[in-house]
Design a protein around this ligand. Structure first.
Ligand code: MEV
Length: 305
């Protein structure tokens, strides 16, 4: 009897440490895995279906829904000729900008590839997960899928792909949700409209983010938390000018800095979603400040691989 565990696969969620949105426009960004993942289990069945579960329950993707379309797109890249049933569990908060859909796509690709008896091929799995992501996000840069597939911390740009960013140690960050996440697709479109309408200011914003990413990459490699915090603040200032922050994100960043954080910024698409901050030794002070406003955050360890 085949081992049912044989086709179980996982992939990790992520935060974007620096460079979100600019990465869509060809710049480099840094993303790090978080210690939460999605897992998927594929098996042959009478008809193709996708069943998902998370802390809130279990549901089957409706025929024709985005999830169902994404699963079919993934199966097409993997040349599945028989119907596949996939059961997936998400341990990553969804709609928080933490890469749950990319993690699910990568886990699904790995599991289905294993079921189909395909040789392990990271590039093919990334292609399949990218087809899945396009259904949700239109024109993703690919960074979410790249970090879900590789783990650790990566520098990613569209032209060159991903390369690991060696870190002196995993990083402890505070994370809080600043409200429901806006759709990545609509935030990416709004960011592109801004650049088209304000070319000169847009170029300055992209240059500021490029500098922050370069400084942050160097800081990660040397363990210079002050420099990393400054890079995060510079990046957040540019994202605010770009129109991607919100008053709640700004307030949570200001709370973090006031209580001793070295850096704070939105992570992911913005317009809501999550805020991260770097506050070595001051994490509890930041979490208390956020809690006093009714926002329950937590610490996360990122980039551990
Ligand atoms: C979303 O996690 C990151 C964005 O830069 C979109 C993308 O890169 O596809 C906002």
């Amino acid at each position: 009897m085949p081992d049912p565990a044989a086709h179980v696969a996982t992939a990790c969620g992520k935060i974007i440490l620096l460079g979100e949105h600019a990465v869509v426009h060809g710049e480099t960004a840094i993303a790090s895995s978080i210690g939460r993942s999605a897992e998927a289990f594929a098996q042959f069945a009478d008809h193709t279906r996708l069943r998902l579960s998370d802390d809130s329950g279990t549901w089957v993707a409706e025929q024709g829904s985005e999830l169902d379309q994404a699963f079919h797109a993934l199966l097409q890249v993997l040349h599945a000729t028989r119907p596949v049933a996939l059961d997936a569990r998400i341990h990553i908060p969804t709609r928080a900008g933490l890469g749950s859909s990319a993690a699910l796509g990568v886990a699904a690709a790995r599991s289905v590839a294993s079921l189909l008896g395909l040789h392990p091929d990271a590039v093919r799995d990334v292609d399949a997960a990218t087809a899945w992501e396009r259904v949700f996000h239109g024109n993703p840069s690919g960074i979410d899928v790249a970090v879900a597939a590789r783990g650790g911390s990566i520098a990613y740009c569209r032209r060159l792909g991903a390369r690991p960013v060696p870190m002196t140690a995993p990083l402890m960050l505070c994370l809080v949700q600043a409200g429901p996440r806006a759709s990545t697709r609509s935030m990416v479109e709004a960011a592109s409209r801004f650049l088209a309408a304000h070319a000169a200011q847009g170029a300055e914003i992209l240059a500021a983010i490029r500098e922050a990413v370069a400084a942050g990459t160097a800081a990660l490699q040397t363990g210079d938390t002050n420099a990393l915090g400054k890079a995060m603040n510079d990046n957040q200032r540019a994202l605010r000018q770009w129109g991607l922050s919100t008053s709640v994100i700004d307030m949570l960043c200001a709370d973090a800095l006031r209580t001793g954080a070295l850096g704070a910024k939105l992570t992911g698409a913005g317009g809501g979603g999550s805020v991260i901050c770097l506050a070595p030794g001051r994490e509890n002070h930041v979490l208390d400040a956020w809690r006093s406003r009714g926002f329950v955050g937590r610490t996360i360890r990122v980039g551990a691989g």
